[in-house]
Design a protein around this ligand. Structure first.
Ligand SMILES: Cc1ncc(C[n+]2csc(CCOP(=O)(O)OP(=O)(O)O)c2C)c(N)n1
Ligand SMILES: [Mg+2]
Length: 189
């Protein structure tokens, strides 16, 4: 079986906790944690190992930084599965500071239409999943379509994040902003 690769940014980093099949490997950059890295890095690994099926888990915020590389991936006729976690902005940052602050908002995109907009060649398949059964079905469809780039928009709640990550963020918030008050989280009117 071809082994997948999974990479990360933001809450998607918790894809690292998945049990991967034998022979699969994980690519990420936990040290710098730079958003915008993962999509172009996917292009690199696709070019290095086109015989494998590559799976990218990426946050909507990170995706928007270098989204144009989706076009390059299509131009090279590459066929990854890209899961964009659409949680309406910078969730991991909201958990540290500014839960409702506008600086953690991003513009809402029609992610599931990008494969079509960026390519006249009909080489992609786009799916949108807002529930667990829909997501499971989307993965089934993606698994059965190795000849297409598959983009899955996974719609999540704004505050939906792994418990462990929430704890880490709370500790980070106390460390970096011990003086932070509830007012810091208030959205300007
Ligand atoms: C280049 C860069 N700018 C800013 C940051 C700070 N930062 C860390 S995570 C994050 C938001 C990530 O949002 P998203 O990719 O949507 O992930 P989510 O936590 O919402 O799943 C930001 C802005 C960073 N790590 N790298
Ligand atoms: Mg996000």
């Amino acid at each position: 079986m071809e082994a997948p690769q999974i990479r990360r940014t933001g809450t998607a980093s918790y894809a690292a906790a998945l049990a991967l099949p034998q022979g699969a490997f994980f690519v990420g950059q936990r040290f710098w944690a730079s958003i915008g890295y993962a999509l172009p890095a996917l292009l690199d690994t696709l070019l290095a190992a086109p015989q494998r099926r590559h799976i990218l888990c990426i946050g909507d915020g990170a995706f928007q930084v270098t989204a144009q590389e989706l076009s390059t991936i299509l131009r090279h006729n590459l066929k990854p599965i890209i899961i964009v976690i659409n949680n309406d902005g910078y969730t991991v940052e909201r958990m540290i500071l500014g839960e409702n602050a506008t600086y953690n908002d991003i513009n809402m995109w029609r992610y599931a239409q990008l494969g079509e907009v960026l390519d006249k060649g009909n080489r992609s398949l786009s799916l949108c999943a807002a529930t667990e059964p829909e997501f499971a079905e989307a993965l089934e469809i993606a698994g059965a379509a190795p000849d297409r780039l598959v983009l899955i928009e996974a719609v999540m709640g704004r505050d939906d994040a792994p418990n462990e990550l929430q704890e880490i963020c709370k500790r980070g918030a106390r460390q970096y902003r011990p003086s932070a008050t509830p007012e810091d989280n208030r959205r300007p009117s």
